[in-house]
Design a protein around this ligand. Structure first.
Ligand SMILES: Cc1ncc(COP(=O)(O)O)c(C=O)c1O
Length: 472
C-alpha cells in the first residue's frame, strides 16, 4: 500500500470514540453497582433458566454486529443469575473471594493500559510494582532480603513452579534431559490432606502422578513428620530420588498447618527443596495475632500464597516466592533477540512459566496500599471470629467440630437424626439461604464452612445456622 493510500477507518464497534466509551463506562459502573446490591441480598445459588439461556446463547452466530450497550446488559444479567455468588456474604464456600474494591479498580486500570508484563523493557513501572509487592510478602514471611518471585495465575501455577525449581536444582541435567537424567524414579512428598492439583502438577512436570507420595496425617489432619522422614529414608534405600517436600500451611479441607519447622529440618537433612503451600493460609501473616500459627514458614525455600483467596483480590492473582531467585532464572531461562529487554534477574518471561502476562500484581498492590497490613489484619482476624461464632452456635445445637483450625475454616458433623452430609449440603444449597461444601476431612465426611468473605454480618451467621439446622 502506498503512503498516500487511504486506509479503512478503524472498526468503531471495537474502538469507539471517547464520548461513546465514557457513556458506556458510566452505564456499566451503575449497572454493576446495582447488580452488586441485588446479589448481596439475593440467592447465593444460580437461578437462571439454563434451557432459555442456551437458546439465547445459540443465537449468537456472530454474523451481524450487535449493539454493545445491549450486549453489556445481556451479559451482566446472565452473570447475575447464572453463577454462584462469592460476593454474597452467605457464601461460606471454597476460598473464592468476594473481590475487594481496590482490586476491581486494578483490573480496570490494567485493562485500559493493558501493559505487557513479560519484560521490564516493555513495562518498567509495572514490573517494579510487582517485584516490590512480592518482596514485601517475602519479608512478612521472614524470608531473607534477597528473596524474590512473581505473580502467577493461581496457586496451582505457583506449586508447579516449586516442583520445577526442585527438579532443576536436584540435577543439572534436568533442564536438558528431563527426568531421564535421574538415576531412579523421582518422588515428591506432601500430606494426604494436600490440594489435589498436586496430582496434575506431577503429571504436567513429567514425573508422573505416582511420584506424588502422600504422607499420613495425625488425628488433627497435620502431616505426620515421623512418617515423612521414614518415607524419604525408605525411598532413598530403594533407589528412588526424592526432590521436594511440600508442607501445607492451611489445608484446603480443614485449615490445618503441617509441622513446618520439622518438615524443613527433614528437607535440609536430605538436601530436598522445601516448599510451603500457604495458598490461602498465608494471609494470616498480616495479623500479629495469627501469624504465630505459621511459625517455620520462614524456613521455606519457596512459598505459594494466593492473593485471590483470603487477600480477597479478583481472580488470577497467585504468588510464587523463593529465597533462591537464581533458581527461577535457571529454570525458565531462554535466549531471544526480539524481546525489548533481557535482564535475566528481572524480566518475568525469563523467571516464570508465563510469557505474555497481565498486570496481575496491581490487584494486591492497590489492596495492600489501601488497607495496609493493619487493614488486612482486621480482615483475617474478623474471619476467624466469624468461624468461632458459627462454631459456638452449631456446638450448642448438638453439632460436633471435626477440625481444630486456627484459621477461618470449620468442619462439622450433625447430631443424630440428621441425613448424611451430602444430603444436608444439597438441602442447604437448594434452600438458596447459604452455600457450604461437603468434603472429607481426616477420613470422615464433613460439612465444611469457610468464612473468608470479608463482609459477613451477624444476620448471615443466623441464616447459615438456621439453614443447617433446617436440613434435618
Ligand atoms: C492449599 C491450597 N493449595 C493450592 C490451591 C490451588 O489454588 P488455585 O485454585 O489458585 O490454583 C488451593 C485451592 O484452594 C489450596 O487450598
Amino acid at each position: 500500500m502506498s503512503a498516500g493510500a487511504e486506509l479503512p477507518a478503524p472498526v468503531p464497534a471495537l474502538f469507539p470514540p471517547r464520548a461513546e466509551r465514557e457513556r458506556l463506562d458510566d452505564l456499566l459502573t451503575r449497572a454493576l453497582a446495582a447488580a452488586g446490591e441485588r446479589v448481596a441480598r439475593g440467592p447465593v445459588m444460580p437461578d437462571l433458566d439454563m434451557v432459555q439461556f442456551r437458546a439465547e446463547l445459540a443465537r449468537f452466530d456472530f454474523e451481524a454486529p450487535q449493539d454493545l450497550q445491549r450486549l453489556i446488559g445481556w451479559t451482566t444479567t446472565q452473570l447475575e443469575h447464572g453463577a454462584v455468588h462469592m460476593g454474597n456474604s452467605r457464601y461460606f464456600g471454597l476460598f473464592n473471594p468476594a473481590a475487594n474494591f481496590p482490586s476491581q479498580c486494578a483490573d480496570r486500570i490494567s485493562g485500559a493500559f493493558n501493559p505487557q508484563l513479560a519484560s521490564s523493557g516493555s513495562s518498567p513501572a509495572p514490573v517494579e510494582i510487582e517485584a516490590h509487592v512480592v518482596r514485601a510478602i517475602a519479608r512478612r514471611a521472614g524470608l531473607p532480603a534477597e528473596s524474590a518471585g512473581h505473580f502467577t495465575t493461581a496457586g496451582s501455577e505457583a506449586n508447579y513452579t516449586a516442583l520445577l525449581c526442585a527438579l532443576t536444582r536436584a540435577a543439572p541435567g534436568f533442564a536438558s534431559e528431563g527426568v531421564r537424567t535421574f538415576a531412579g524414579p523421582v518422588a515428591m512428598y506432601t500430606s494426604r490432606e494436600c490440594q489435589p492439583a498436586w496430582f496434575k502438577i506431577a503429571h504436567q512436570a513429567g514425573i508422573g502422578r505416582d511420584a506424588l507420595k502422600l504422607i499420613a496425617t495425625n488425628s488433627r489432619g497435620e502431616m505426620d513428620a515421623d512418617a515423612l522422614a521414614q518415607a524419604v529414608e525408605r525411598d532413598l534405600k530403594a533407589g528412588v530420588v526424592p526432590v521436594l517436600i511440600s508442607a501445607t500451611a492451611g489445608t484446603t479441607g480443614g485449615g490445618m498447618i503441617d509441622p513446618l519447622a520439622r518438615c524443613a529440618q527433614i528437607a535440609r537433612t536430605h538436601g530436598l527443596w522445601y516448599h510451603v503451600d500457604a495458598a490461602w493460609g498465608g494471609a494470616a501473616l498480616c495479623s500479629p495475632r495469627l501469624r504465630g500459627a505459621l511459625a517455620g514458614i520462614e524456613l521455606a525455600d519457596s512459598l505459594t500464597i494466593d492473593a485471590h483467596k483470603w487477600f480477597a483480590t479478583t481472580m488470577g492473582c497467585g504468588m510464587f516466592v523463593t529465597r533462591y531467585p537464581a533458581m527461577l532464572s535457571e529454570t525458565f531461562r531462554v535466549a531471544t533477540d526480539f524481546m525489548p529487554s533481557t535482564v535475566s534477574a528481572l524480566d518475568p518471561y525469563l523467571n516464570s512459566a508465563q510469557w505474555s502476562r497481565r498486570f496481575m500484581g496491581l490487584r494486591l498492590f492497590l489492596s495492600l496500599a489501601a488497607a495496609g497490613w493493619e487493614g488486612y489484619a482486621t480482615h483475617v482476624e474478623r474471619a476467624v471470629e466469624v468461624i468461632d461464632l458459627i462454631k459456638a452456635r452449631l456446638l450448642a445445637a448438638g453439632w460436633s467440630a471435626r477440625n481444630d483450625s486456627q484459621l477461618a475454616v470449620l468442619c462439622v458433623v450433625p447430631p443424630n437424626g440428621f441425613p448424611g452430609i451430602r444430603e444436608i449440603v444439597r438441602r442447604v444449597l437448594a434452600s438458596g439461604r447459604a452455600w457450604v461444601a461437603a468434603t472429607t476431612f481426616a477420613g470422615q465426611e464433613v460439612v465444611r464452612i469457610c468464612a473468608t468473605h470479608g463482609e459477613i454480618v451477624a444476620a448471615d451467621i443466623d441464616e447459615l445456622v438456621a439453614s443447617l439446622n433446617a436440613a434435618r
